[in-house]
Write a new protein. Structure first.
Length: 285
């Protein structure tokens, strides 16, 4: 039987989250013995464990059908692959940083400067558009030490909290672009493979929706129901169930996480009581 081959990072910041995502999608993978590839137990999927730098190439060539990696690597590698879904983890930004005692004015500061990076293509494009001439020093890793050892005047690298920069006596002066983990796919998937990808995507989306939503339940006097209904967004409309106590009801609804506290505040003002909030594991529309 045909299988969908997915490439994920072997070891690194995205490995655990990638396996977790598969698990949330009901796809059970064990890689206790750290093999290069392994088969999922209950979904026609084969998992390849690779360095993230290599994933775009493997997916372009069809060695893997799909892959999970940071957008930063997708942009840098410029391979012929489709970015099909943002995954909501591995969030970071690509930033320019310089030694902390330097006085920074604006982007022109970088004119004629040497910048060390593992993302030369992204950087070259960026300064090309701005019309600023810089000298790019390409490094495979440990970019943050490049200014300290005199290789460069500044760096262009991944930042999430900024603590690595501070530890190396640097300051972030420009955040250029934001990145997160994405699912990429080969451009020529057909037939069974495309169907398997659609099934996998359906599960990913149900999980992502669930993450962004809360299930809430509350009690209220019947007289408050119209007001409560006007506050609750819900999937369709809230469910309203009579309580044993005459004149009272239990109201159930789904609220988006980003509206959550505003909704709770509004509900308290209209006599909602005993509000329960629950995580939603999956949400299928
Ligand atoms: P590999 O050995 O697979 O090449 P790597 O050293 O290139 O690994 P990691 O440091 O594990 O990569 O990071 C993988 C991805 O995680 C990055 O490309 C980026 O998309 C994302 N990421 C999120 N936050 C950070 C961070 N603070 N530092 C580095 N990468 C981060
Ligand atoms: Mg890498």
């Amino acid at each position: 039987m045909e299988k969908l081959k997915i490439a994920i990072q072997k070891t690194g910041r995205l490995s655990e989250k990638s396996l977790q995502l598969l698990d949330e999608c009901g796809i059970k993978v064990s890689n206790g013995d750290r093999k290069l590839k392994t088969e999922a137990r209950n979904f026609p999927m084969e998992v390849l464990f690779l360095r993230d730098d290599d994933i775009p190439q493997y997916v372009e060539k069809g060695v893997a059908d799909i892959g999970i990696l940071g957008e930063n690597e997708v942009w840098e590698k410029e391979k012929e692959v489709d970015e099909i879904e943002k995954l909501g983890f591995g969030n970071c930004r690509l930033s320019l940083a310089i030694p902390k005692d330097e006085v920074y004015t604006n982007l022109d500061y970088f004119h004629g400067k040497r910048i060390a990076t593992s993302y030369p293509k992204i950087l070259k494009k960026y300064f090309g558009v701005k019309g600023i001439d810089v000298k790019i020093e390409e490094l495979g890793g440990s970019v943050e030490i490049a200014t300290g050892i005199g290789l460069a005047d500044g760096i262009f690298d991944i930042v999430s909290t900024g603590s690595t920069l501070i530890m190396n006596g640097l300051k972030e002066v420009e955040a250029i672009i934001k990145s997160e983990a994405v699912l990429i796919a080969n451009r020529n998937l057909k037939g069974v493979k495309q169907q398997l990808l659609d099934r996998f995507l359906f599960r990913i989306r149900a999980f992502k929706r669930g993450l962004g939503s809360k299930y809430i339940v509350m009690n209220a006097p019947n007289s408050s129901i119209p007001k409560i209904c006007s506050i609750l967004p819900g999937m369709k409309s809230p469910s309203i169930l009579p309580l044993a106590e005459e004149g009272w009801s239990s109201i159930h609804s789904v609220v988006q996480e980003d509206q959550f506290w505003d909704v709770i505040d509004a509900l308290k003002d209209v006599d909602a009581q005993g509000i329960l909030v629950m995580n939603i594991e999956k949400m299928i529309l």
